[in-house]
Design a protein around this ligand. Structure first.
Ligand code: PAF
Length: 281
């Protein structure tokens, strides 16, 4: 695996691969890699000849009250995991490369409306930071395809919207959620859970499964969502939101919608967990 820190070396390598007519897949990450990330790399190999992964803890997507300094850093372990997955190139840019003027004065990308819902409401500015860094990384790497996990369903739709709206020449591949045996969706945030919290955290997914069953026969979405929120709270978590949405626009679902996604987020101790389930009726 080739390690690259600067733009020139990255562009030179990409140029050489392009001259050989090789297809390039890209997996952006913030490091602290778990099996969910490795599934993205595996998927990337299925679609392309060369796989580039980036590790960059993006300050622009953290809110003022969110502790970026304590974000878990496991670089040596991440490198070994990526080598084991036959990653071709690992790009680890510095903040100066991504935000030469500092991220508060940088040009930004904002996908309107959808960025302000759900996680965007709880984390103002978060999706502006995500869209901006992903746009910058796409411009640096210039991949043919890019893989994103479906656990971050809203992020995935925002990136797809950005790519469509700005005609970016990259195909977005959604990759299925990888779960622990308990059903808990894999996430770097699970590292914040205590042993006791790990026992109650799966209630989030269990409630999503319950709600997915209910909406097949009952279309009183508001009442069902409220009941689901209460179930999550009774399990010892604190519901941030749970919403039955149209699968693509993420607007609140109406009775006639058929492609649905249920999005949910709940606090479990210090960790803010997110999860979702897609339902086609
Ligand atoms: O999903 C993530 O890890 C991050 O939001 C991403 C897409 C790497 C952008 O920083």
């Amino acid at each position: 695996m080739k390690l690259v820190n600067d733009i020139q070396a990255l562009r030179q390598q990409v140029k050489e691969w392009r001259m050989l007519d090789l297809k390039i897949a890209f997996v952006p990450t913030m490091g602290n890699l778990h099996d969910g990330h490795l599934a993205l790399v595996k998927s990337a190999h299925q679609y392309a000849d060369k796989v580039i992964v980036s590790i960059f803890i993006n300050p622009m997507q953290f809110g003022l009250s969110e502790d970026i300094d304590n974000y878990p850093k496991t670089l040596e372990q991440d490198k070994n995991r990526l080598i084991a997955q036959d990653t071709d190139l690992l790009f680890i840019p510095t903040s100066d490369i991504i935000y030469p003027k500092g991220y508060t004065d940088n040009t930004f990308v904002e996908v309107p409306n959808i960025s302000n819902l759900y996680c965007g409401q709880s984390r103002p500015g978060h999706f502006r930071g995500v869209a901006t860094v992903v746009c910058k990384l796409f411009n640096l790497v210039q991949p043919d395809i890019a893989c994103f996990g479906s656990k971050d369903y809203q992020q995935l739709q925002i990136i797809q919207t950005m790519v469509d709206d700005l005609s970016m020449p990259v195909e977005i591949i959604p990759v299925e959620i990888i779960r622990e045996d308990s059903g808990l969706a894999m996430s770097s945030r699970n590292g914040y859970l205590t042993a006791e919290e790990r026992l109650i955290a799966p209630a989030l997914y269990q409630t999503l499964q319950w709600l997915a069953q209910q909406i097949k026969t009952n279309r009183n979405f508001d009442e069902l969502s409220q009941q689901a929120g209460e179930k999550i709270n009774q399990a010892g978590l604190t519901t941030d939101y749970i919403s039955i949405c149209h699968a693509f626009t993420l607007a609140k679902a109406t009775e006639n919608d058929q492609n649905l996604v249920i999005l949910a987020s709940a606090f479990c101790g210090k960790a803010r967990l997110i999860d979702n389930i897609q339902v086609n009726i």
